[in-house]
Structure formats: C-alpha cells, structure tokens
Design a protein around this ligand. Structure first.
Ligand code: WA2
Length: 284
C-alpha cells in the first residue's frame, strides 16, 4: 500500500512539474520573444487559473524577473511600482533583484515581492531553520519571512546555474503550510546543455516557480485512498541522511514500536532525495 501511494504522489508531482516547465516556455515565448511582450499580469493570472487542474499539487505559480541594479530605476518606472521586501518596504540596494511580475491569484501576496531579498549566509537563521521553519507556524514574524526568502533565493541561484528544475527543502510557505518551492529558470536565448555557469547567469531572464502545498494537497490525495484510516504516511527530504526533514505528516517519536515500510520517491531534482514511510496506526 505504501508503494502504491508513493507512485501516486510521484506521478502527481511529475505532471505538476511538467506543467510548470510549460509555463516557463510560455513566458519565454510571449514575454521575451515578442516585442512588445504579448503577456501581462491579467493574462497570466487568467491562464494560470484556467490551467490549474494541470498542476494538482501546486497552490500557485508566479514569475519573477531578473533585474540588475543598473536597470532597477527604469524597471520601476516602467512597471509603475517599487521592488518590495517582505515588509512592503522598498528593497535595499542589491546587485540584482527578482521582483514577481506575474502571479496566480491564489498567491497574490507574492506580487511585486523581491524573491531574492532573503539574505544568504546568516548562521543564526540557518540554525533556526530546523527549529522554526520546519515544525512551527512562524506566522508573520520577520525572522520567518527571512527564512522563507532564503529558500527562494537559494533555489533561484541553483536553478539558473543548472538550467534545470530545482526544489527547496521543506519549509513553511507563505501560506503557513508545509511544502516546497519549485523553480525553473527562463533564459533570454536557447542555451546548449554544456553552457558554463557564468554564461547561464548572464543569459537569465527570470524564474518561473510554484508552491507545492504538501500539507494540504497531499492530504487531499491520500484521503481518497482505501485504507487511509489505518495507515500513517510520512514523506521526508532525506538529502542529508543523518538529518531527515519532514515534508508531510507528523514527526514520529523515536523508537516508534510499529514496523514501517519505506518507498523511494523521485521528484526530479537529483540534488534532493525523498522517501515515504508508511506504518499501521497503533490499535490501542
Ligand atoms: N511562492 C509561493 N509561496 C511561497 C513562495 C513562493 N515562491 N516562497 C515561499 N512561499 C516566483 O522561484 C521563483 C515563488 C518563487 C518563484
């Protein structure tokens, strides 16, 4: 029964990823290959809503444009709004920004936000990650927003360096649900597979991403299956084998008595490893 659930989750994950890939191509085709762009926020939002059924595990998708500092002023003048931080303040001066210019209505809180504004290399925040972002509801505290945007920033950097779809570790999304963010890079030109990282960065137009709301959408999926009542299902990010991160389900207390079955999961980012464990609920 575990294997069946794992395959089902993996399949729904894969179709969602494929459709986000198609959205990245949509932006490349209609925003960048057309002059002037044949896409705007309203068109993107309508298209994203009408195709939401193609992305069963995603709560929303958005596109953030790469803006280097020299272009910030003209970008803001052209858009008619200012690149914002999570505190709704103008983003401080950075080398570059990633303001969200298109978003699905379900995640409209991300509009105009600089998803690169999470600072990197803050050991304090790293340490908090395990404690706060993973298991607690961190709500609207400033630390929590920094943590979230650190995940987004790291994903963006890895996506554009590799040219592939990448996933964050599990964390509390802006919706406060546990999940992961998926990011595809969008380039200004087609790049051969062996393109060097610095050339990839230079050719980067932006980032198409979406939020896998694992907490509520996987719950929905598993609820429909027979035997759901007796089975306790967990999904883990086991990239670091000695520190598994809960992606779905509750933490099982150490030394849990009932035996469990483990199924491998393939979510399409070779950098991350995931698995699913299932065990029978203790009948007391
Ligand atoms: N989208 C939705 N909820 C989130 C989130 C996010 N990022 N980050 C935290 N909670 C525009 O990778 C680029 C979307 C980020 C894309």
């Amino acid at each position: 029964m575990c294997e069946e659930r794992a395959r089902m989750l993996q399949d729904q994950f894969a179709v969602s990823v494929n459709h986000v890939h198609a959205l990245a191509i949509l932006v490349a085709t209609f925003h960048y290959d057309k002059h002037p762009p044949a896409l705007d926020q309203d068109t993107f939002a309508v298209y994203a809503a009408r195709t939401a059924f193609e992305r069963p595990l995603l709560s929303g998708v958005a596109y953030a444009q790469r803006v280097v500092h020299a272009d910030r002023e003209s970008f803001e003048r052209q858009q008619g709004w200012i690149i914002k931080t999570m505190k709704h303040e103008p983003s401080p001066v950075q080398d570059e920004y990633a303001p969200v210019i298109y978003s699905q209505e379900t995640i409209s809180y991300i509009e105009g936000l600089d998803v690169m504004s999470g600072e990197v290399g803050l050991p304090l925040h790293r340490r908090f990650l395990g404690l706060q972002a993973r298991s607690c509801y961190c709500g609207s505290s400033e630390l929590c927003w920094v943590l979230r945007l650190q995940e987004d920033r790291e994903n963006i950097l890895r996506a554009r360096a590799t040219g592939k779809a990448v996933l964050t570790r599990p964390f509390r999304l802006m919706s406060d649900h546990l999940g992961v963010v998926l990011t595809f890079p969008v380039y200004l030109v087609d790049l051969p597979n062996d393109t060097k990282v610095e050339d990839r960065v230079a050719a980067t137009a932006g980032y198409l991403g979406g939020a896998f709301d694992v907490e509520s959408l996987v719950e929905n999926l598993l609820r429909q299956l027979a035997g759901n009542q007796e089975l306790v299902v967990n999904v883990y990010d086991v990239t670091n084998h000695s520190n598994p991160l809960v992606m779905y389900g509750s933490e099982i207390p150490l030394g849990s008595p009932s035996p469990s079955h483990t199924s491998k999961l393939e979510f399409g980012d070779p950098f991350r490893k995931h698995n699913m464990t299932c065990r029978y609920r203790n009948k007391l």
